[in-house]
Design a protein. Structure first.
Length: 361
């Protein structure tokens, strides 16, 4: 059950030159991985006699030339082409990955510079994906601080570069994703029918207070899921999902805390309607969870079982944060969680992601 290691294509190696893989603040884990022996060769995932293609929706990279446009160097305490990405995917049982650039270091750039950075990294990423189409698809970068520009960039990325959507932060320079100023971007995303992957960029407002200092990496372990929770909650409560019902949104890190505590929003609107002045089309705020998608980045069988119970297996997609893996066995985590049907596992491992990313072959 799980996927086999594939032989590297020469073109893949060439295409990866100049690509630096980064993750969600876990450079120390990647560095540790770089020092370990290769994992045992895996076999293809087979469920009830059916070969299942595994698709990772949460995998990151950086384009060094784009960072250089802003006078930056990519901070890579771990992987800088030191461990082949395809080899790592094979070891972890991942057939395909949707690559995205994160963090969004260009968010504060002025318009022209942001346009240059995004153009360069989208073109470079598209080139890589085109040379290894059986392993990679791309999620574009957009300059969301300039919504009309972001809409144009998304249009170009999808129609001309073959990208399958975009990664955006949970907010941009203090502006919520539900803000009407960002509607041009959502109009375009709905028109294109592409995926928008919401990945948090931290909670700087909390970090400034010092409340996330100390042991445990709380800026990451608490701050990142919290940012996703806030973003998705605003999209629900401000009526953005009603305004753009065709938009396909996936929340990183299992949607943060929202799936586990959305019933509190229901109770608020039922008991304190004055606090919910925006009239929603669905009966309860939690009903919108079935309009969203979530990656599988929870860390226990009970966590995944609960996520399925709250949102449905058809709304969950495999996410790993490769190459900075929070769990060494992301595919096995899904295969071994009790209580899931074969159809549930097939959907989570790749079937739903293939539909969202329009992967047909």
């Amino acid at each position: 059950m799980t996927t086999s290691r594939r032989e590297l294509l020469a073109s893949a190696a060439g295409a990866m030159a100049g690509i630096v893989f980064t993750g969600c603040g876990l450079g120390h884990l990647a560095h540790a991985q770089g020092q370990t022996a290769p994992a045992q060769k895996r076999q293809p995932v087979v469920i009830n006699g059916k070969r299942v293609r595994t698709i990772d929706i949460h995998a990151h990279c950086h384009i060094p030339e784009a960072n250089e446009l802003m006078g930056q160097k990519v901070q890579t305490p771990g992987l800088v082409l030191g461990l082949d990405r395809i080899k790592l995917m094979d070891e972890e049982g991942i057939d395909m990955a949707a690559l995205s650039v994160n963090p969004n270091f260009w968010d504060k750039a002025e318009r022209d510079l942001a346009a240059q950075v995004v153009k360069l990294q989208n073109e470079k990423l598209a080139e890589l994906c085109a040379k290894t189409p059986d392993r990679f698809v791309g999620l574009a970068s957009v300059a969301l601080a300039h919504p009309d520009l972001a809409a144009d960039q998304l249009d170009t990325a999808v129609k001309k570069l073959g990208m399958r959507g975009a990664l955006v932060g949970g907010s941009v320079n203090g502006t919520e994703l539900s803000d009407p100023a960002l509607h041009p971007f959502w109009v375009k995303a709905e028109e294109l029918g592409c995926l928008v992957f919401i990945h948090p960029q931290g909670t700087p407002e909390l970090e400034k207070t010092g409340r996330l200092k100390g042991s445990g990496g709380l800026y990451n372990t608490i701050g990142n899921p919290l940012e996703t929770t806030i973003a998705l909650s605003h999209l629900i409560m401000e009526g953005t999902l009603d305004r753009f019902p065709g938009v396909k949104i996936c929340g990183a890190h299992a949607g943060g805390y929202l799936p586990s505590y959305s019933a509190r929003m229901d109770a608020m609107c039922a008991n304190r309607p004055d606090q919910c002045p925006v009239k929603l089309k669905k009966p309860k705020p939690s009903d919108y969870l079935k309009q969203l998608y979530f990656d599988s980045m929870v860390f226990t069988p009970e966590g995944l079982r609960h996520l399925v119970a709250e949102v449905g297996a058809g709304q969950i997609v495999l996410g790993t944060d490769t190459p900075f893996l929070w769990t060494k066995t992301p595919v096995d985590h899904i295969l071994e969680t009790p209580g899931l049907s074969d159809a549930d596992r097939i959907a989570i491992l790749g079937e739903t992601a293939a539909k969202l990313l329009k992967i047909t072959t």
